[in-house]
Write a new protein. Structure first.
Length: 370
C-alpha cells in the first residue's frame, strides 16, 4: 500500500475595493481598461430585464467602444429567476458564444443579479473573475458585498452557493433614483438591520432622516451607503465564511427568509426581512434583551420606511413554522435565532456563538402574535 501527502497550502488575498459614488460607469470603464481583469478581453455582462435598458446596455456599448469583446446575458427580473435552471441557461448561452476560461463577468443590477452572477463566476470554467455594479439600495447594503453567492431552491432561499469575492464593487447611488417606492423601501430594511445589530447612532440617524432618505437626498443616501459598508465589513473581515460572528448579519432572516418563500415571493426580500426583524425583536423582548420601548422604536422606524411589520393574512402560520427549519442556522434539528440586544447590539451566547436554540413552541407563539 502506498500513501501520498498532497500539500496544497496557500495564502489567498481576496481583498478588494468598494467604490461609492454617483454615476460610476466611467470609473468601471477606467478600471477594466486599467487591467482589473488582467489581460482578459472577453467580458460577459449579466443583468436582468429591468436593468438591461437602464444601465447594462450602456456599459456593454462603452466597453465594446473601448476595444473589449462584450456581450449581454439577460434573465427575467425577480427573485423567481434566482434558480439553478436560470444559472444553467446563462452558462449554456455563454458557452455557445465561445466564452471559456479567458473571460470575466460583470454583474449589473440588484441582489438577484449579483447573487446569481457571482455564483456563476465561481463555477464557470472552474472560476473566472467578476465585479459587481450594484444598482439598488438592497444590493448596496447586502447582496453585492461580502462574497456570499447563491441560488434559491423550492425548499428555501440561498441553500446552494459558495463564497466568492469580487474584484471590485461599485455602489452607484445615482441608480437608486430609478427604483420605485416599494423597491427603495425594501432596500432600507437591510440598512435598518445593520443599525439594529451594530450602531445605535445609525438607528437614530435613520429615525431623524428617513424622509430625506426616501426623497433620495444625496447627502443622506451617501451617508447610509457608507455606514452599510462600514458595518458589514467590520463583520465580514473578521469572519469571511460564517464560522461564528458573521451570523449576526442574519438578524431577522430566520423568520424573514421563511416568509419570503412561503409568500411565493409576493413579498420582496426587504419586506420579508422587516417582518422578521419585528419577530426577532418580540422574541428578544420575551427573553429580556429588549424593552417594550425599544421594540416600538423599531416598529415605528420600519413603518416610517414604508415597510410591513406584521405577517400578511394569506401566510399559513403552520407552514411558516415548518419552513423555519430550512434556515441555515438550524443545528441537529433545532431552530436557532440571532437575538438583538437593545438598539445597536447583538447578544453573544459564548465564545464566537451568536445564535441560540429556540424551541418550536416559543417560535410559534411569536409568529401567532405577529
Amino acid at each position: 500500500m502506498s500513501k501520498f501527502n498532497v500539500e496544497l497550502k496557500r495564502v489567498v488575498d481576496d481583498s478588494y475595493e468598494i467604490e461609492i459614488g454617483y454615476d460610476l460607469k466611467t470609473s468601471l470603464a477606467n478600471d477594466v481598461t486599467g487591467g482589473i481583469f488582467g489581460s482578459i478581453k472577453k467580458l460577459a455582462i449579466i443583468t436582468d430585464t429591468n436593468v438591461e435598458k437602464l444601465y447594462a446596455r450602456d456599459i456593454c456599448k462603452m466597453l465594446i467602444d473601448l476595444g473589449f469583446s462584450a456581450e449581454l446575458f439577460v434573465f427575467e427580473a425577480g427573485e423567481k429567476s434566482k434558480t439553478r435552471e436560470v444559472k444553467a441557461r446563462l452558462e449554456d448561452e455563454m458557452l455557445s458564444h465561445a466564452y471559456r476560461r479567458d473571460c470575466a463577468v460583470i454583474a449589473v443590477g440588484g441582489g438577484v443579479v449579483t447573487d446569481l452572477a457571482g455564483f456563476l463566476a465561481g463555477t464557470f470554467a472552474r472560476g473566472v473573475p467578476f465585479i459587481n455594479y450594484a444598482t439598488t439600495l438592497l444590493a448596496a447594503a447586502d447582496a453585492s458585498v461580502g462574497g456570499k453567492t447563491a441560488v434559491d431552491t423550492p425548499l428555501a432561499t440561498n441553500l446552494i452557493g459558495l463564497f466568492n469575492q469580487p474584484k471590485k464593487v461599485y455602489i452607484d447611488i445615482a441608480s437608486w433614483k430609478t427604483l420605485d417606492k416599494r423597491q427603495f423601501s425594501s432596500g432600507l430594511s437591510e440598512t435598518i438591520k445593520h443599525a439594529c445589530l451594530a450602531s445605535s447612532e445609525l438607528f437614530e440617524y435613520l429615525e431623524n432622516n428617513i424622509n430625506k432618505i426616501l426623497d433620495n437626498d444625496k447627502e443622506s443616501c451617501t451617508h447610509i451607503a457608507n455606514e452599510n459598508c462600514k458595518i458589514k465589513y467590520s463583520v465580514v473581515m473578521k469572519d469571511e465564511r460564517e464560522s461564528g460572528l458573521r451570523e449576526v448579519l442574519n438578524l431577522g432572516h430566520t423568520v424573514g427568509r421563511a416568509i419570503e418563500t412561503v409568500s411565493e415571493y409576493k413579498l420582496l426580500h426587504g419586506e420579508a426581512v422587516a417582518i422578521g426583524l419585528v419577530a426577532q425583536a418580540r422574541l428578544s423582548n420575551r427573553l429580556g434583551y429588549m424593552n417594550d420601548g425599544e421594540v416600538e422604536r423599531l416598529i415605528r422606524l420600519l413603518e416610517s420606511a414604508g415597510l410591513p411589520v406584521s405577517i400578511p393574512d394569506y401566510i399559513d402560520r403552520d407552514l411558516l413554522v415548518k419552513k423555519l427549519y430550512t434556515d441555515k442556522k438550524v443545528r441537529n434539528g433545532q431552530l436557532r435565532f440571532v437575538i438583538q440586544n437593545g438598539i445597536g447590539d447583538i447578544v453573544c451566547f459564548g465564545d464566537n456563538v451568536y445564535s441560540t436554540p429556540i424551541d418550536e413552541c416559543t417560535a410559534k407563539e411569536i409568529i401567532d402574535i405577529m
